[in-house]
Design a protein around this ligand. Structure first.
Ligand code: NAP
Length: 250
């Protein structure tokens, strides 16, 4: 119960990696609020499952790319629990296309959802965290920003932006008791990767040293560590959790 007494806000918590993070933080004793966009059925099911497990959890429907929504969500959580100790910026989308074919909507949707949301939620949460003199911000990046994947210029730009922002925020906030880190997952089995898994799972697994795809729990454990008091001297770091995908060996 590393997070007993803590409160957390996770964006994109209804499915995939975010769902795993919500579970792990709650299992470690935190009260958890999570944001989702449209999948109310999955969000309600998660709340039901966690309540059966005697955990305190709130689901909030909002679009993370909207600055006003971020203010409202953070305001609601503060009204309910009076503090936010942990912010996990996890919500993200892909709209892959080669740049020559990419339209402005595909570019903008990815930048606004993946990177804009990190600004909006950090902006809304940082002042309360500074008053508490305690906070943990964890931004979910991707190893896709360390490779050059054709078709992912929008996605890689959003995730590269997150990593740069993580370092700047860490430098700004360390003296206030707030750490800011990123987790960069490799290839994780979620809805986001379903199409590519269907096309090339065998080839992908061959490139991973651990010879398996990652799962949401792999990312959730790394996130829970960065959220804990044990990680109080880790800040500005990008923790790659990819089973060795980016080692590039034979
Ligand atoms: P996923 O299964 O597609 O789930 C995405 C989550 O984000 C859902 O909860 C979704 O809500 C929410 N979301 C998306 N847009 C939103 C918006 N505008 N407002 C509010 N919530 C929104 O994705 P995932 O694979 O778990 O990915 C989670 C994060 O990990 C993303 O940042 C992704 O870039 C990153 N990542 C994933 C992988 C991978 O291999 N899967 C690898 C590296 C990094 P709804 O359920 O309501 O749609």
């Amino acid at each position: 119960m590393k997070l007993a007494g803590k409160t957390a806000l996770v964006t994109g918590g209804s499915r995939g990696i975010g769902r795993g993070i919500v579970w792990q933080l709650a299992r470690e004793g935190a009260k958890v609020a999570f944001v989702y966009r449209s999948d109310t059925e999955s969000a309600n099911q998660l709340v039901k499952d966690l309540e059966l497990d005697q955990r305190e959890v709130i689901a909030i429907q909002a679009d993370v790319s909207d600055p006003e929504s971020a203010e409202t969500v953070v305001g609601n959580v503060l009204e309910t629990w009076e503090r936010i100790d942990i912010l996990v910026n996890n919500a993200g989308i892909i709209r892959d296309n080669l740049l020559a074919m990419m339209d402005l909507d595909q570019w903008q949707a990815v930048i606004d959802t993946n990177l804009g949301s990190v600004f909006h939620f950090c902006n809304a949460v940082v002042r309360p965290m500074m008053s508490q003199r305690h906070g943990r911000i964890i931004n979910i990046s991707s190893v896709a920003s360390h490779f050059g994947n054709p078709g992912q210029s929008n996605y890689a730009a959003s995730k590269g932006g997150i990593e740069g922002m993580t370092r700047c925020l860490a430098a700004e906030l360390g003296k206030r008791g707030i750490t800011v880190n990123a987790v960069a997952p490799g290839f994780i089995e979620t809805d986001m990767t379903e199409d590519i898994r269907n096309m090339a799972e065998g080839e992908i697994v061959k490139k991973i040293s651990c010879r398996r795809l990652g799962n949401a729990e792999d990312i959730a454990h790394a996130t829970a560590y960065l959220a804990s008091d044990e990680a109080s001297y880790v800040t500005g770091h990008v923790l790659v959790v990819d089973g060795g995908l980016t080692l590039g060996g034979l």
